[in-house]
Ligand binder design. Structure first.
Ligand code: FDA
Length: 342
C-alpha cells in the first residue's frame, strides 16, 4: 500500500498586514521561519487528535466557512445557487481523501451519484471533482476504477462532467490511466495536471490523444527535487510553458479544454494574453479558483471570462482547512487570533 507524501506550499513572502498589528507579527514570524511553520501546519493537517479538538470547537467550524461551503449537501447547494446567480460555474468536492475502508469508499461514490441527481434536479451550473484515494485507490486500482466509472457513467447520463483531482506523485500514473480509460468510454472527464512535476509535459501529450479538460495547477504536495521543481519561479515558468501548449488552436482541434487554476496574477495575465492572441473560443477554456480565495480577482474576471469555483463541502473539512491556513501567513494569524479567543 502506498503512503501519502503530504502537502506543502512553496515559499512566498506576503507583507499583507498593517505594521504593528497582531497579523503583522505573525506574518513576520512566518516569513522568517516559513518552511518549519508551514510543515508544522501540514503535519497538523494529518493529526487525528488535533482534528478532533478543532472540529469539536464551534469557533473553528465558523472560520472554516471561509473556504468550505458547509457540512451538509443542502448548505453546499445554497452556496452553488448564490454563486450561479453571480455568474460563476462550480465544481463540487465532497471532502475526503485516502480512504482505506471499502465501505467508506462506497459511501463516497454514493454521495457523488446522489450529488449528480441533485445538480440535475436543481438545474445547477455545476459539475463534480473527485479524488481517487477517496474512492479507494489505496485499496486497489480496480476499486477506484469501478467507483469512478459508476460516477462518470451517471454524470454522462445527466449530461454532466467529472474532474479528477491530482494527488501526490505516487498516484499520478494510476490517476492518468483511470482518466484515459474513462475519457475514452464516456468523453466527459477532466484531469488536474501539476506544473511542478517534470513528467507533466509528457502526460500532456497523452491527454492530447484522448481529449478532455486539463486543469493546470501548480501542485500542492511535498515532492522531492528528483521529480519536481522546487522554487516558486521554476514552477511558475513550468506552468507558463504548459499554458503555451494548451492555449493553442492545436489543443482546441484535439478536443482539449483548458482550466487555468491559479490565484497567481502573473499567470492569469499570461493566460489572458494567450487566449486573446490565439483566439481561443470561450467554450475551450475557463479560469478556476478555490472558493473563498482571492474573491476580488474572481469577481473581476467573471465579468469577462468563464470562471469556475472549486467548492468543497462535508464534515471532513479539517485537512482541507489546515492546508488553506498553511498557504498564507495572514490566514494563520486569523486562526491564532480565534484560538486565543480574541
Ligand atoms: P500561489 O500559491 O503562488 O498564490 C498566488 C496568490 O494567491 C498568493 O500570493 C495569495 O495572494 C493568494 N493565495 C493563494 N492561496 C491562498 C489562500 N489559501 N488564502 C488566501 N490567499 C491565497 N493542487 C493539486 O495538487 N491537485 C489538484 O487537483 C488541485 N486542484 C486545484 C483546483 C483549483 C480550482 C485550484 C485553484 C487549485 C488547485 N490545486 C490543486 C492547488 C494548487 O496546486 C496550488 O497549491 C494552489 O492553487 C496555490 O497556488 P497558486 O497557483 O494559487 O499560486
Amino acid at each position: 500500500m502506498r503512503t501519502r507524501t503530504g502537502e506543502a506550499r512553496r515559499s512566498r513572502r506576503v507583507p499583507d498586514a498593517p505594521i504593528g498589528s497582531f497579523e503583522s507579527v505573525v506574518v513576520g514570524l512566518y516569513n522568517r521561519h516559513m518552511n518549519p511553520m508551514r510543515n508544522l501546519l501540514l503535519w497538523a493537517s494529518r493529526n487525528g487528535s488535533l482534528e478532533r479538538m478543532v472540529v469539536g470547537n464551534g469557533r473553528f467550524s465558523g472560520l472554516a466557512r471561509r473556504f468550505v461551503a458547509g457540512e451538509t449537501e443542502e448548505e453546499a447547494i445554497r452556496v452553488v445557487q448564490s454563486l450561479n446567480q453571480r455568474g460563476f460555474q462550480v465544481t463540487l468536492d465532497f471532502l475526503g481523501e485516502n480512504t482505506t475502508n471499502l465501505d467508506e469508499a462506497r459511501q463516497a461514490r454514493d454521495e457523488y451519484l446522489h450529488l449528480l441527481d441533485v445538480i440535475h434536479e436543481h438545474s445547477l451550473q455545476a459539475n463534480i471533482s473527485i479524488k481517487l484515494t477517496q474512492l479507494g485507490l489505496d485499496l486497489g486500482v480496480d476499486v477506484a476504477l469501478e467507483h469512478a466509472e459508476a460516477i462518470a457513467r451517471h454524470a454522462h447520463e445527466r449530461e454532466n462532467s467529472v474532474e479528477v483531482d491530482m494527488e501526490a506523485s505516487a498516484y499520478v500514473e494510476d490517476t492518468l490511466a483511470i482518466f484515459e480509460t474513462l475519457q475514452k468510454r464516456y468523453g466527459n472527464l477532466g484531469i488536474a495536471l501539476q506544473a511542478y512535476l517534470y513528467r507533466t509535459p509528457g502526460d500532456l501529450r497523452r491527454i492530447f490523444q484522448v481529449g478532455g479538460k486539463v486543469r493546470v495547477v501548480k501542485g500542492a504536495y511535498n515532492e522531492p527535487r528528483a521529480i519536481a521543481y522546487q522554487s516558486r519561479e521554476e514552477i511558475r515558468r513550468a506552468f507558463g510553458r504548459i499554458l503555451e501548449q494548451l492555449l493553442t488552436r492545436d489543443a482546441v482541434r484535439a478536443g482539449v479544454r483548458t482550466a487555468i487554476a491559479t490565484h497567481d496574477d502573473f499567470l492569469i495575465q499570461m493566460a489572458r494574453t494567450l487566449i486573446r492572441r490565439n483566439q481561443i473560443p470561450r467554450e475551450a477554456y475557463e479560469f478556476q479558483f478555490l472558493y473563498g480565495v482571492r474573491r476580488d480577482v474572481q469577481e473581476a474576471l467573471v465579468q469577462e471570462a468563464p470562471v469556475r469555483l472549486y467548492v468543497p463541502f462535508g464534515t471532513h473539512w479539517y485537512p482541507y482547512f489546515m492546508r488553506r491556513l498553511a498557504e498564507r501567513p495572514a490566514n494563520l494569524a486569523f486562526f491564532l487570533r480565534a484560538l486565543a479567543g480574541r
